[in-house]
Design a protein around this ligand. Structure first.
Ligand code: CP
Ligand code: NVA
Length: 298
């Protein structure tokens, strides 16, 4: 049984295949309009979602499949009424695949280990692989070749960054993670596991973004996280025109959204000519359609 939990669980060839399928679906969506005929995707969101909800919903329907959104509390998916595995066993009689967004990555991993239903990670506190694979498609479309990818991530050490680091390990593009020292110190040990000559940490956004072909950021405080006064560490971290002008010519600006305008990014950058944020949102659908076809294929 196939799951989609984290990018670092995959070999390069498998990621290449998913990306290449997403490109084909985007080019010729009609050809794939019955690839998931008679299949049903369950969606469980334990946190808010606009983009992931819409892209899975519409994406699955465009593949000829159907979608059922389930509320964890309503179906008793909290180990109180019955064990989560027992819920999964029943779900598997009605649906073919389950996407979960929660705040407990270990629970997701454990559910996938049951091998009862293909499980897709729709974001946890640990990672957001669907986002980063979609972003990889957006990067390739804008920068033409993986060789041109040089990303400066400016912001927090969070779920989206972790998936980006997983991707970097496979494709070895240049990735500068620009994170305040006061925050980075809590992740140093984890970061060491990934370190390579193209992956570096910077504390200074201007130094870290020099000549980058992509500036990427995200909110400073993620869903389900306590603010813990951490915003004070991000002084000078707002992605503004100065940071954009310091990067490569024609740099692209990326943000998974939702954005806090005026905090991690100024409105003139978010809405400006370098920004590809809406393309990122749309590409979520093609990549997730490819992921669905991948996990549902026997
Ligand atoms: N980028 C993203 O996952 O957006 P949502 O939280 O709205 O799904
Ligand atoms: N890091 C953000 C991403 C939202 C899509 C969060 O987890 O809230």
């Amino acid at each position: 049984m196939k799951h989609f939990i984290d990018i670092n669980n995959f070999k390069k060839k498998e990621i290449d295949d998913i990306i290449s399928l997403a490109k084909k679906i985007k080019k010729n969506p009609k050809k794939y309009s019955s690839f998931c005929k008679d299949k049903t995707l369950g969606l469980i969101f334990e946190k808010q979602s606009l983009r992931t909800r819409l892209s899975f919903n519409v994406g699955m329907q465009k593949l000829g499949g159907s979608v059922l959104e389930l509320q964890s509390g309503d179906i008793g998916f909290d180990n109180k009424r019955e064990k989560a595995e027992d819920v999964l066993n029943v779900l598997s009689q009605f649906i073919d695949c389950l996407m979960i967004r929660n705040n407990d990555h270990n629970q997701l991993v454990n559910l996938s280990k049951e091998n009862i239903l293909p499980i897709i990670n729709g974001l946890t506190e640990y990672s957001h692989p669907c986002q980063i694979l979609g972003d990889f498609l957006t990067l390739q479309e804008n920068l033409k070749s993986i060789k041109n990818i040089s990303v400066a991530w400016i912001g927090d050490y969070n779920n989206v960054l972790r998936s980006l680091i997983h991707l970097q390990k496979i494709y070895n593009f240049k990735l500068n993670v620009v994170i305040p020292n006061q925050i980075f110190k809590n992740y140093k040990k984890e970061f060491k596991n990934y370190i390579n000559k193209n992956l570096n940490h910077f504390d200074d956004p201007i130094l870290g973004s020099k000549n980058s072909t992509c500036i990427m950021t995200d909110v400073w405080v993620s869903m389900g996280e306590n603010e813990n006064n951490k915003k004070k560490y991000f002084k000078n971290y707002t992605v503004n025109k100065k940071i954009i002008n310091n990067a490569a010519n024609n740099v692209i600006f990326m943000h998974c959204l939702p954005a806090k305008r005026g905090q991690e990014v100024t409105s003139d950058v978010l809405d400006g000519k370098n920004s590809v944020v809406l393309m990122q949102a749309k590409n979520r659908m093609y990549i997730q359609q490819a992921i669905l076809i991948y996990v549902l294929k026997k």
